[in-house]
Ligand binder design. Structure first.
Ligand code: R5P
Length: 312
């Protein structure tokens, strides 16, 4: 079997290092820099001929730069005769643009899949896509991992009373139902509307009973915090005893800090799939690391083991 080699761009070096620590492998040396004209330059500083190459790069702000870094790294690895190239994308940017739901709009999540394939990736490893169907945008093998069992296990140890897991929209109901099942909790669903092509969201009505109960809102990502903040308000108005928040991808735009730090959320739980720019002032937070999960999946891909067995 060809040797494994792991590299990263500039999106989330700390995470790539954590994955390498778990794998007991050094993080490979790859120069990824930008010229003053914003053109990106990549050079692998070691021989990767015939190696099983893993490129770790979440597509996070500045999104277009990090995406280009990944694509150029894939191209450089291909031209350096890597044996196989796996794009490890803990957060798949543009994931919300996954359908043509109004006239004359793109399906950017699909366009990205094309870019990644054309650049020369042989496979993709990712975590909690915005919609599972994005898998089908690729014609190369894709493994999608999930951090939801880890989130459920965390809350199982929290002594919640009569817990309810809450999905912030119908699209998130399946994931929330899985968390609820693992937690032995009920499920509630918020009917959320987006009013335009901006970031604002409004929680309209609640399906389910939360009165006097501890609630756990589970979402794939938090960006502005608008979705979870309006859901939290709704749950409170329906008599929730406490509201905990959990998301896989903590993207946290500046507004999320304002909204959540002034809320009465009991706790905010998230993974390290993307870098978090600064700590919250008032909200209690807890980070769950997905580095071991991603590392184990990479090892299984390398050795031809089952990735699905990670979730049995
Ligand atoms: C939307 O469908 C997602 O599941 C999240 O609810 C959304 O991306 C969160 O965005 P924001 O925090 O800006 O409301």
């Amino acid at each position: 079997m060809r040797e494994m080699a792991v590299f990263t761009g500039n999106a989330h070096r700390e995470f790539a290092e954590a994955v390498c620590r778990h794998l007991k492998l050094p993080l490979g040396d790859c120069e990824v820099t930008e010229f003053s004209n914003e053109n990106i330059f990549v050079r692998f500083q070691e021989n990767i001929r015939e190696r099983d190459v893993f490129l770790i790069q979440p597509i996070v702000p500045p999104v277009n730069t990090r995406l280009m870094e990944l694509l150029i790294m894939i191209d450089a690895a291909k031209r350096a005769s890597a044996g196989r190239i796996t794009a490890v994308i803990p957060y798949y940017g543009y994931g919300r643009s996954d359908k043509k739901d109004q006239p004359r709009v793109p399906i950017t999540a699909r366009l990205l899949a094309n870019f990644i394939e054309v650049a020369g990736a042989n496979r993709v490893l990712t975590l909690n896509l915005h919609a599972g169907q994005i898998q089908g945008f690729f014609n190369i093998p894709l493994d999608e991992l999930t951090a939801l069992p880890m989130i459920a296990d965390y809350f199982r140890g929290q002594n919640l009373q009569d817990p309810v897991v809450v999905a912030t929209d119908v699209g998130g109901a399946k994931g929330a139902r899985n968390v609820a099942a693992r937690l032995g909790a009920d499920l509630a669903i918020v009917d959320k509307r987006r009013t335009g092509n901006n970031d604002s969201a409004e929680a309209m009505t609640l399906i389910g009973d939360v009165n006097g109960r501890d609630c756990v809102i589970v979402d794939d990502e938090i960006l502005t915090g608008g979705t979870v903040a309006s859901s939290l308000k709704l749950l409170r108005s329906e008599g929730a005893r406490s509201v905990h928040l959990a998301c896989v991808h903590p993207l946290f735009a500046p507004r999320a800090y304002d909204l959540l730090d002034t809320s009465d959320v009991a706790e905010l739980v998230y993974t390290d799939s993307v870098p978090v720019s600064r700590p919250f002032q008032k909200v209690a937070t807890h980070t769950l690391s997905v580095a071991p999960l991603i590392g184990d999946a990479m090892h299984r891909i390398h050795t031809g083991g089952s990735v699905g067995e990670l979730f049995l």
